[in-house]
Design a protein around this ligand. Structure first.
Ligand SMILES: Nc1ncnc2c1ncn2[C@@H]1O[C@H](COP(=O)(O)OP(=O)(O)OP(=O)(O)O)[C@@H](O)[C@H]1O
Length: 236
């Protein structure tokens, strides 16, 4: 039987005096694209930040494959093979597109440059603006650079927080195509409010509400489940 690549059990996260995650249980399977859904403030971003060790779990356990990463520092989680694309993209505007990539490569070798070829195919704009400062890219191109930077690092798991945020529908559709290619190479967990994107990229879903997982299943079942979408996502 296939084992989960990531497993959260009874994860509680406290930020200052606030009890944000209140017992998150989640098993993410390798080779799949899993989407975290839920209303604003449900705890989706905090779940990702907790896995990364940025807002560490106060209670519960987080395992990456066989390894317990509950108390791991963010750089240890990254070194263990988890890439993170935060909501604010983490692109360095004053550096060129090339420099942004070189900063992201865990080690520059033949493999990383081979992955660069895939990236150029998926995101031709990044080749065109290779020597330009990342700050001149459009919002969609910056998002593509952020995702591509994480991809070039050859992570076994990529956490991507709301990539569609602020993007025009046509750019969201390009991003959907790109993520569908990327998911052939690596396991993805996506936080996404845009249900169009979530349903076109995700194969599995978890719905969070008030810091807990309240529903989970296959995306294809959720697409047809109007009452569930209405109840937790406010969409029909
Ligand atoms: N640094 C912080 N200090 C205090 N409260 C925080 C902090 N970060 C998050 N929270 C609170 O934790 C709750 C969950 O936030 P989180 O960002 O995880 O939600 P989310 O589901 O990702 O929603 P959104 O899509 O709106 O970001 C919210 O009530 C938020 O206000």
């Amino acid at each position: 039987m296939t084992e989960p690549i990531l497993r959260l059990e009874g994860v509680h996260t406290f930020i200052a005096q606030h009890h944000i995650l209140q017992g998150v249980d989640m098993a993410v399977m390798p080779g799949r694209a899993t989407v975290l859904l839920g209303r604003n403030g449900a705890g989706k971003s905090t779940t990702m930040r907790t896995v990364m060790g940025l807002t560490p779990a106060g209670r519960g356990s987080i395992r990456l494959g066989e390894r317990d990463i509950t108390k791991a520092r963010p750089y240890e989680v990254a070194q263990a093979g988890v890439g993170f694309v935060p909501e604010d993209q983490a692109v360095i505007y004053s550096l060129s597109v090339e420099e942004n990539f070189r900063l992201a490569m865990l080690s520059e070798n033949e493999d990383s440059w081979r992955r660069m070829d895939t990236i150029f195919e998926l995101f031709p704009a990044l080749k065109k603006f290779w020597r330009s400062k990342a700050g001149v890219l459009s919002g969609g191109q910056k998002q593509m650079l952020a995702i591509a930077r994480a991809f070039v690092g050859d992570h076994k798991l990529l956490l991507i927080d709301e990539p569609s945020k602020g993007l025009a529908p046509i750019v969201v559709d390009q991003l959907i195509d790109s993520l569908n290619h990327i998911k052939e190479h690596t396991t993805i967990i996506l936080v996404e409010q845009n249900f169009h994107m979530a349903s076109h990229v995700g194969s599995d879903y978890f719905i969070l509400d008030d810091g807990r997982v309240v529903h989970q299943g296959l995306m294809e079942a959720l697409v047809d489940d109007r009452p569930l979408k209405q109840k937790y996502l406010g969409i029909a």
